[in-house]
Design a protein around this ligand. Structure first.
Ligand SMILES: Cc1cc2nc3c(=O)[nH]c(=O)nc-3n(C[C@H](O)[C@H](O)[C@H](O)COP(=O)(O)OP(=O)(O)OC[C@H]3O[C@@H](n4cnc5c(N)ncnc54)[C@H](O)[C@@H]3O)c2cc1C
Length: 457
């Protein structure tokens, strides 16, 4: 912003969520020169980066390094970071709307979908997202549960055949040495390194031609130092609908090639085994207090491409069952939400309230599109949402209310333990120091209280 500008000449924009979508939206706003903007970046956790820190697999350091490209945004003079402030908990949508000219909602959709089958409430059945949150050191993750489960779990069932299921299986299959270079909290490394797990079963309800994993991620499972990988050749015989799908899609064809090569492999006696199963629909979990097994019905793909039960059942013993069958967005009071599509209803990034474009409200990332797409997809749709906001800028500037409560005053009046830029820098430095003491770049601080303490908040 140019010196001497009055508040009537700039737009105050709140961006809710400091994950990739929020940061890419902030970047697009800061990179344009047409409208003067002041960005207020509001984040529920004390730290930025969303799933780039708490989702992307810790052993995929090259992808996690995208944070280094986004970090310089946080120190821009026209951006203020408010960590540990949640919309809907600490400030309401109405309060936020009244204190800025425009809001970009980019708060993600990292909730999980349930199986809705008997036994799901048993101990030992959890969302893969909770497991991911735990191994990434997210302060939301329950501490203790997975540590004790891994001590006694020999067999794990991972339900789902997307990249998250692959990540979870790979992390479970790696030894401590294979993970020791990562940012994982020390107690997570220890629990994974000392786990009793020998067998990891990855389950697809439909066939390999319907699985959503990508070849690069799939291939990694076959290259692990400590795990053999198994797939039954019978599961790879393609019905006509699947064969047609594979013939017309090179990525699918590559997946099938990888799986076929694995189906010919002989066990080499590695410590752990990953078994990929297809055509199994979960029916019920059994056990007294904790899961001991999960029952499936075999399925097949019919002539119309639908998945049908065959009436034949199959059981797998397991002490830990992780469901990875998709994500769910969250409804925040005061915002519209489309439960079916799992997102805030919008027209090319402009929020729709009762089917009509809402003035000054935009949406980006998973909560805009529904929980699908990779990091780059968020950059594209953030720039589209920002373009919509900039097109509306003259009207937003004209509607400015000079007498409103500033967002900064509103946040301060709540006496919250907020984490602003210096607090995040202190956390960042503390994590780097902790990592260096163990020969790593960083060790993530897991507990919320410890994060806040490290940040001096
Ligand atoms: C386990 C996993 C692994 C993945 N691995 C990869 C990968 O390897 N490569 C890849 O390209 N993509 C990967 N993805 C996808 C990628 O992470 C997403 O595309 C991306 O994170 C979506 O960005 P987002 O900003 O919409 O959501 P998020 O990353 O979830 O960010 C949303 C942010 O909003 C904050 N927030 C939530 N509620 C509130 C609130 N009420 N108030 C304020 N702030 C709030 C959250 O704390 C979070 O920081 C992975 C996803 C998952 C789940």
């Amino acid at each position: 912003m140019k010196p001497g500008m009055t508040s009537q000449q700039w737009l105050d924009v709140a961006v809710v969520g400091a994950g990739p979508a929020g940061l890419y939206a902030a970047e697009a706003l800061l990179n344009q020169k047409d409208v003067a903007v002041r960005i207020h970046l509001i984040e529920r956790l004390p730290v930025p980066f969303g799933l780039l820190r708490y989702g992307v697999a810790p052993d995929h350091q090259n992808i996690r390094a995208v944070r280094q490209n986004l970090a310089p945004l946080l120190v821009q003079p026209d951006l203020k970071f408010y960590g540990n402030i949640a919309l809907g908990r600490d400030i309401s949508v109405a309060e936020l709307r009244a204190s800025v000219d425009a809001v970009i909602y980019a708060y993600g959709a990292a909730g999980d979908r349930r199986l809705d089958i008997p036994g799901e409430a048993l101990k030992g059945c959890a969302a893969a997202t909770d497991f991911v949150a735990w191994y990434c050191g997210n302060p939301d993750a329950c501490l203790g549960n997975f540590e004790s489960a891994l001590k006694v779990t020999k067999s794990v069932v991972v339900i789902g055949v997307g990249n998250v299921a692959i990540d979870v299986s790979r992390i479970l299959a790696k030894s401590r040495a294979g993970l020791s270079h990562t940012e994982m909290p020390e107690h997570v490394l220890e629990a994974l390194g000392n786990s009793a797990v020998t067998d990891i079963h990855v389950i697809g309800r439909r066939g390999p031609a319907q699985a959503s994993f990508t070849t690069k991620e799939l291939r990694e499972l076959g290259e692990l130092a400590d795990a053999d990988v198994f797939v039954d050749a019978n599961d790879l015989q393609l019905d006509p609908v699947s064969a047609a799908a594979v013939a017309g899609n090179r990525a699918l064809a590559r997946n099938i090639d990888v799986l076929r090569e694995w189906s010919q492999r002989k066990p080499t006696g590695k410590l752990k085994r990953i078994h990929l199963h297809f055509f199994l629909r979960p029916v019920a979990l059994s056990g007294a207090e904790s899961v001991t097994a999960i029952r499936f019905e075999r399925t097949r793909i019919d002539d119309t491409g639908n998945c049908r039960g065959t009436g034949e059942h199959h059981q797998i013993e397991a002490q830990l069952v992780l469901r990875s069958i998709g994500f769910r967005g969250k409804h925040i009071e005061g915002l519209p939400f489309d439960v079916e599509l799992n997102r805030i209803p919008n027209l090319e990034g402009r929020v729709l309230r009762d089917g009509r474009v809402a003035c000054g409200e935009y949406v980006s990332g998973w909560i805009r599109r529904g929980p699908i797409g990779v990091l780059g997809t968020n950059k594209l749709d953030a720039s589209e949402s920002v373009a919509a906001l900039l097109a509306d800028a003259p009207a937003l500037l004209a509607a400015k209310d000079g007498a409103r409560t500033e967002l900064d005053d509103l946040v301060r009046s709540r006496a919250l333990r907020r984490c602003e830029l210096p607090n995040w820098h202190a956390i960042d430095a503390a994590e780097k120091l902790l990592g260096q003491s163990r020969g790593r770049d960083r060790t993530i601080i897991h507990r919320l209280e410890s994060l806040l303490e490290a940040g001096g908040a």
